[in-house]
Design a protein around this ligand. Sequence first.
Ligand SMILES: CC(C)(COP(=O)(O)OP(=O)(O)OC[C@H]1O[C@@H](n2cnc3c(N)ncnc32)[C@H](O)[C@@H]1OP(=O)(O)O)[C@@H](O)C(=O)NCCC(=O)NCCS
Length: 165
Amino acid sequence: MADLAVRPMTPDDADRVLAIYQAGLDGGNASFETAAPTWAAFDAGKLADHRLVAVDADEALIGWVAVSPTSTRAVYAGVVEHSVYTDPAAQGRGAGRLLLDAMIASTEAAGIWTIQSGVFPENAASLTLHQRAGFRIIGTRERVGRHHGRWRDVILLERRSPTIT
Ligand SMILES: CC(C)(COP(=O)(O)OP(=O)(O)OC[C@H]1O[C@@H](n2cnc3c(N)ncnc32)[C@H](O)[C@@H]1OP(=O)(O)O)[C@@H](O)C(=O)NCCC(=O)NCCS
């Protein structure tokens, strides 16, 4: 992890970000989605802040994290949902954890109090990563959506900031 760093995502990162997104979707356990969005759709769906990428010692982009609002209601203004993806060739090197920790710090500094995510039960790497980073399991939504024609469960996780009171 010593050779990895985190920096803000820029529009120049679009192709790499979307390629890593697609590789994660192709793995079959990241999301109900099967195709990465266009950059325009990605850009419109994510908050402009808290978009981060992980780079290796050669400045190669190996992962990203971004957050979306969960609701238009004022009461939930500090509740976001995030996505985190690491290049399959660079997984297990700490990039996911680095990205989550940086995103937690960035959102907390902006007054966001809850970060949530839905994870397939089969996604052991993501479940481990999130629990190590301080997320707790809320529960399991059973057969909540179809993925390639198959009903799948989703485990809901959240991290409530201990510092925003
Ligand atoms: C989930 C994902 C982002 C993890 O990224 P990563 O860069 O490999 O994660 P890290 O190297 O930081 O590892 C984080 C923790 O998960 C653990 N982990 C990694 N792969 C694992 C696996 N296959 N099974 C169990 N634990 C695993 C690591 O040991 C580490 O725990 P530790 O700190 O106790 O050692 C990555 O696997 C990925 O991009 N998957 C496809 C997309 C996806 O599923 N995204 C999440 C959608 S909810």
